[in-house]
Ligand binder design. Structure first.
Ligand code: MN
Length: 192
């Protein structure tokens, strides 16, 4: 079975003005789609032809790893958005975990935003669950994914320029500050 590009779980204009329709058209229909196509071409005739993306992330190297991880990372990124879901965190048991490990959601957001602003070059910032259940914030370069290090991803921010350049040009900090307005905390809480 070839790998498939998942549909966006909302309309292309659903995240405006934080992320524009035009950005989603390029980011999903061009970038995400290209990773899927590249992966399908690269795995032909290899032991990863019928592997899951998770296995590819944990075991593959080179182009198969890069494209496989980027397929997974983008699906995970697009699935976590939805407007007006901020209040969900207040009624979720996940809020207790946030308060336990960071003291407040604002502190978590500050630390995550700093990691996203300071990541040099292309990559991803992640809120992860460690084996002991505690939360942590990590940066990965390029296609990097925390599953490779035995960590469970909970939330991610794509800081490749293609994620924000149409809407924010070089202003990565503005993209990251706005990013919080479209997080669906119900999705995030269910990942923990
Ligand atoms: Mn991207």
């Amino acid at each position: 079975m070839p790998f498939e590009l998942p549909k966006l779980p909302y309309a292309y204009e659903a995240l405006e003005p934080v992320i524009s329709k035009k950005t989603l058209e390029f980011h999903h229909d061009k970038h995400h789609a290209a990773y899927v196509n590249n992966l399908n071409n690269l795995v032909k005739g290899t032991k990863f032809e019928n592997a899951t993306l998770e296995t590819i992330i944990k075991e593959a190297d080179g182009g198969i790893f890069n494209n496989g991880a980027q397929v997974w990372n983008h699906t995970f990124y697009f699935e976590q958005f939805g407007k007006d879901k901020y209040d969900v965190l207040k009624v979720s048991s996940f809020s207790e975990v946030v308060y336990r490990d960071y003291g407040s959601l604002d502190i978590l957001k500050d630390k995550f935003s700093t990691a996203a602003k300071t990541l040099f070059g292309s990559g991803w910032v992640w809120l992860v669950e460690k084996k002991d259940g505690k939360l942590d914030i990590i940066q990965t370069s390029n296609a990097g994914n925390p599953l490779r290090d035995g960590l469970k991803p909970i939330l991610t921010c794509d800081v490749w320029e293609h994620a924000y350049y149409i809407d924010y040009q070089n202003r990565r900090p503005d993209y990251i500050e706005s990013f919080w307005k479209i997080i669906d905390w119900e999705v995030i809480a269910n990942r923990y």
